[in-house]
Design a protein around this ligand. Structure first.
Ligand SMILES: Nc1ncnc2c1ncn2[C@@H]1O[C@H](COP(=O)(O)OP(=O)(O)OP(=O)(O)O)[C@@H](O)[C@H]1O
Ligand SMILES: [Mg+2]
Length: 312
């Protein structure tokens, strides 16, 4: 196995509207986008779609959504043997309202019960090179870290919760959302020129891993030897930003496996998510790997594989 992805497995019902809905109105649409979702789950889907040997660990219910999620993963040849189907539980479900005018996504999630799932990692034959966490399924995440201590770890920290806080010190790459940074640093808005130093100072107390903070259409801030710097997002005509961060983490993990240097890898992941926001849907907007490589060369002038350093 190359990547073990552990976290929240969700089924998304995505509704795209020409604006944000008003209270007490009726709206009609041609269709809902019905698809699997969830941070580590979407990242795992990208990795499997791009031909990486990927296993996903998390939970679903014994229901229609759970069945659909498993078949979607089987279609891209991901390993689902570490997904626990819980008797009597419902699969986590999200209603996603997308404003096509600016691509914003508003999510209402019915979450899982919090009790840990029991995963026997000792029976797993292949040692993963990378473990990707999203802060959900903390028990399984800690068990995986114990079972595979030499695996490189990536954390997608979407919000401040016990899972992200406990996994942060165990992460080699800590890539959090703006939401996490605002909550953790107790600030209302992140002004790139004013707050970057303060944010990195605070986050460095949480993890000794490499840090980046994604900022949606404003791009991201990340660490260099000389301090934290800003990387702009690629310019897009966004119609649906659902899953942009998940896709970013999936592409970043792919790049890590290929040995792309940190800064180039952040750019590669940014480009992958920028391409995705121009198409409807979360998972359905994941581009082909060949498209990303071609656009990367066109926009940056360099062949990403030529700068890579072979991974462990
Ligand atoms: N509108 C956009 N235009 C261009 N790039 C974008 C846009 N939105 C997101 N991205 C790219 O995707 C990356 C991750 O997006 P973002 O920071 O919104 O993730 P997030 O907050 O984790 O969201 P989620 O996980 O819910 O998708 C950004 O750093 C940026 O590179
Ligand atoms: Mg995210």
């Amino acid at each position: 196995m190359s990547v073990l992805s552990i976290g929240q497995i969700v089924y998304d019902l995505i509704v795209e509207l020409d604006g944000f809905p008003f209270e007490n109105r009726k709206y009609s649409v041609d269709h809902f986008i019905e698809t699997g979702g969830g941070p580590a789950s979407n990242a795992a889907f990208l990795l499997a779609k791009w031909g990486t040997n990927t296993s996903l660990c998390g939970r679903v219910g014994h229901d229609l959504y759970g069945d659909r999620i498993l078949s979607e993963f089987h279609a891209v040849k991901a390993d689902t043997s570490l997904i626990k189907a819980i008797n009597g539980a419902e699969t986590s479900l999200s209603l996603v309202l997308v404003n096509k005018k600016n691509g914003s996504r508003t999510i209402i999630n019915r979450k899982n019960k919090d009790s840990d799932i029991n995963v026997d990692f000792d029976s797993v034959q292949n040692y993963p090179k990378i473990i990707l966490f999203d802060g959900h399924e903390l028990g399984a995440s800690l068990a995986a870290k114990l079972a595979f201590p030499d695996a490189v770890t990536v954390l997608d920290a979407g919000s401040v919760r016990i899972g992200t806080l406990e996994l942060a010190p165990l992460s080699d790459y800590f890539i959090c959302s703006e939401k996490f940074a605002l909550e953790y640093c107790n600030i209302e808005n992140l002004d790139i020129s004013k707050d970057t130093h303060k944010v990195f100072h605070k986050l460095k107390g949480l993890t000794s891993g490499k840090i980046a903070v994604t900022l949606g259409e404003r791009g991201l801030i990340y660490e260099t030897e000389e301090g934290a710097v800003h990387m702009s997002a690629f310019s897009t005509d966004a119609v649906d930003t659902t899953g942009a961060g998940d896709i970013f983490h999936g592409a970043f993990t792919y790049g890590l496996l290929q040995g792309f240097p940190f800064e180039e890898n952040l750019k590669f992941a940014s480009l992958t998510s920028a391409i995705s926001v121009e198409k409807p849907g979360g998972r359905s907007s994941i581009p082909e790997l060949s498209e990303v490589i071609k656009k990367f060369k066109k926009l940056t002038g360099s062949d990403i594989f030529e700068v890579s350093i072979p991974f462990i």
